[in-house]
Design a protein around this ligand. Sequence first.
Ligand code: 6GP
Length: 832
Amino acid sequence: QGQEKWPKGDEATWKAGLRGVDSDVPEITKNIVHHVQTTLARQAYNIDDMGAYQATALAVREDLIVNWNETQLTYTKKSPKRAYYLSLEFLMGRTLDNALLNLGMKDKFSEGVNKLGFNMEDVLHSERDAALGNGGLGRLAACYVDSSATCELPVWGYGLRYQYGMFQQLIAPDGSQLEAPDPWLDNSNPWEIPRLDVTVDVRFGGHAEKLEGNRGIWSGGQEVLAIAYDCPIPGSDTKSTNNIRFWSARPRRGFDLQSFNAGNYERAVETSNSAANITNVLYPNDNHYAGKTLRLQQQYFWCAASLSDIMRRFKNTGKDISEFPNLVAIQLNDTHPTLAIPELMRILVDEEDVEWNAAWDIVTRTFSYTNHTVLPEALEKWPVQIFEQLLPRHLQIIYDLNWTFLQAVAKKFPNDVAKMERMSLIEEANGRQIRMANLAVLGSFKVNGVAELHSELVRTTILKDFVDFYGISKFANVTNGITPRRWLDQCNPSLSALITETLGSRAWLKDLYLLKGLLKYEDDVAFHKKWAASKANNKQRLAAYIKSTLGVTVDPRAMFVIQVKRIHEYKRQSLNILGVIHRYLTIKAMTPEERAKVNPRVVLFAGKAAPGYWMAKLIIRLIVNVGKVINSDPDVKGVLTVLFLPDYSVSLAELLIPASDISEHISTAGTEASGTSNMKFCLNGGLLLGTVDGANIEIAEEVGEDNVFFFGHLTPAVEELRYNHRYNPIPVQEKSPALAAVLDNVMSGCYGEASIWEPFINTVRQGDYYLISDDFDSYLNAQAMVDEAYTKDPKEWIKKSINTTARMGKFSSDRAIMTYAEEIWNIEPVKI
Ligand code: 6GP
């Protein structure tokens, strides 16, 4: 990128100033002290854990930057084809521990930090999570950048630098969720490099004029400045260090001078404020479209800045514009970045003077699109009216594309007006709206789902018309993956050490199929003992956290059952809590002798509800209140504990996942596209209780069906069940007396007034869209099998746990990212 001839001035002087990465402990401590003294302007006697964290992070950051620079220089010199991952969310979590492990410097830094009088664990915990994402989609993006660096692939991420990340969740005394802002940048962020010299002007509004040959001119309106912040992403055990470029919005001019001169000071300042607002806050919806104008502004701001940056880098290669798709692949992470398609058309046609059809050819060889959900409420559709105001030129381009497209559809399917209406980029009903998924499919050469079942549902339901039109080969599957560096090595040091000791090297961290080597020890008594000790240790660690945050004592010898994820009706935390109530009532009805034989359980929930998702918030409230009653009932003391852990985050996940005996992934069949926490739990030797949905299916294929606990109706049955709920409803009492008793119990007022829960209970009694009543008995049955397996033969349970971990090789995000690289992007690794 504008690489100058190097070096300027005296080469030896330059070289003498350069530093490498291989520091020894004395150098490390020297560097940390240097940052304490000068960067932080503090002194040895007034430095706390937070200060020690900041100074350590600054020292590590320097190593990352050295590798980052070398990586970028190599890319510039070799000019390979590159891929760009456009994602509105990157749910990174903490960075320090991960960076140290990937650099292979954790031991040395721990020793250094120790010498300075600090404990590495405390230092690591001083870091605040970077929570620039909601859930699965955002965390997947974070795993993928880790894997692309580790696999030495030339991939950059592009995102937005939100001032406020995911809100902080508080639980009110009555059990309700409260939201507090997350000003995560307040303590300054050592992991970003401000690039005040890398800026892009982004236009909004104004007017668009059409010229001949589909060309246009867009002028007027308001310009907003995008400023780049780079975040280095180190690969594991390689110099390869990739980048996420996050854009931040600034007003183009400090003030609107005209208004200022006209004496309208307030309006002038307002303009500048509204521009900076664009990157203020992450929208807190998961799997849900909300249709806010500011969100569309975010999307365009980010797409325009990223494409301009990509185009600038491409032009530096000196290649002809027709070569663009040979050097650039752009992955759309869901439909959020779909505007990049008309934006690239605009750049090519209006600015680069490329003929319309040639431009469309370039565009459709550049983009590919990943769908992350088939839920209708998540489908993005933007009102045409908002486009007219904000993006008039893009609206013209979309109309022109649609015109040609619909002609082709009409030709292929003559007289099928309904099909044309469904496939059009414009929905004519409900006011006119632009269908972003249709546009994403039109502009991409490959469309993929995120697990086998999901990709099949994409092909046969929401995008069926497009499969008929384009043929099947445009539609693929790439099953999601997770990075084993964060989700085993970092979060579960005791298990990681045991695996390394057993397999004789750390190679499994970059070739996860090597875990199969553990199967040799599936019956080895000594190995079992160590395996169980690691799990016990992780459960103790979690119990200590629960004690210190909630003041509740849980017994680490009990079975830990965990469900942690966004709160959503389709994910059915409701089914879990209703099952818990059933268990509670069952135990209450027992004699003390019978109770003594019950398998003790600690049931843990965590997850955030979108602030505007009323029903999800009600479900949290129910969980908290049921927990209060159960946890204070002496009849079930030591046998059943139910807790909702507030403020779920990546860091809390790192603590919870290694401690699970069983985790629940119990979405209504056909609703969870993949799920990725299911993979994390299984990789850490926790068994899975779930529905035949998403990636649960592929996990069972790998680990063996006898090592998972499946229940519930299958996807093909769902439609008919829902139809029957509407037109031939059977009362809950008949379908599942057990569930009916639980619902009556909730309505009896023992967890708070019936009127509070009534809206939720009604969704189960009437309509029951998520099939709680259809799956309830089967769910209870699966829970009984879990109890039996856990209590009957502990050896057998440990063997299942070992088998589960050992057979999770497929779910490394390295496999997933290499599939994208080879089968979609056509890019190759670059050695640094
Ligand atoms: C999620 C899906 O719900 C989840 O099943 C999947 O594992 C994850 O994406 C990664 O592919 N979808 C979202 O988070 C979302 O907002 C629009 O989709």
